[in-house]
Design a protein. Structure first.
Length: 217
């Protein structure tokens, strides 16, 4: 089996290094490559980079699976749709030193680095959880979201789909963050946040609507 990391920027390269670490532990993939529709095809970062159409011509769905290596939630969703519409599966990558409760649910395509997922947490599909994150018991993280390093969520908290939670954000127990939200670094979420807002501060307050649904411009 080949692992194709869709996206060769910073997060894609981090994903490549995580996949290599997993391979050292269990030899899961015969080869790890990048897929990038902007970068020229050829050698890159110790392996190869090819565009999506080339990969689809070369490999059957039984030979290759994908991981999404982008941090922008809307692009994570778009690429996941493109991959599955083309008949390929998403791989789930979990750091060998991650602490995952036996009662937690981790859905397909999610990437979890060296973090803690507590009891009865439900982690949706195609989510990226960076290092040193704590997801509290009975919490729910929606599909395609990006959870940055040093985020901590209290028990029974909810983050809806396609949200971006910046570094060092704390989410109070039993608090919800709506879909398509951006929560800026260092914020403390003490009250519920509605859908489609950009929020900052301590306590976190909506600053404006997330009209473009983009984090990085």
């Amino acid at each position: 089996m080949i692992l194709a990391i869709y996206g060769s920027g910073g997060l894609g390269r981090e994903t490549y290094e995580l996949a290599s670490l997993i391979n050292e532990a269990i030899q899961r993939w015969d080869k790890i490559i990048f897929v990038d529709d902007v970068r020229n095809e050829g050698s890159f970062f110790g392996t190869t980079s090819e565009n999506f159409s080339t990969v689809c011509r070369k490999y059957r769905s039984t030979e290759l699976e994908f991981a999404v290596g982008l941090g922008e939630p809307i692009f994570r969703k778009e690429l996941e749709q493109r991959i599955t519409d083309s008949g390929y599966d998403l791989a789930t990558l979990i750091h060998p030193k991650a602490s995952i409760s036996s009662t937690a649910v981790i859905n397909k395509g999610t990437i979890i680095r060296q973090s803690i997922i507590s009891s009865n947490a439900n982690i949706g599909k195609n989510i990226y959880v960076q290092d040193f994150v704590y997801i509290g018991h009975d919490s729910k993280i929606g599909d395609h979201s990006m959870i940055c390093s040093f985020v901590a969520t209290g028990g029974f908290s909810t983050i809806e789909e396609c949200s971006f939670i910046g570094m060092h954000v704390a989410v109070k127990e039993k608090t919800s963050i709506g879909k398509d939200c951006i929560v800026g670094a260092g914020a403390m979420v003490l009250d519920n946040l509605p859908n489609d807002v950009i929020a900052f501060g301590s306590p976190a307050k909506p600053i404006r609507k997330n009209i473009e649904h983009r984090v990085f411009r």
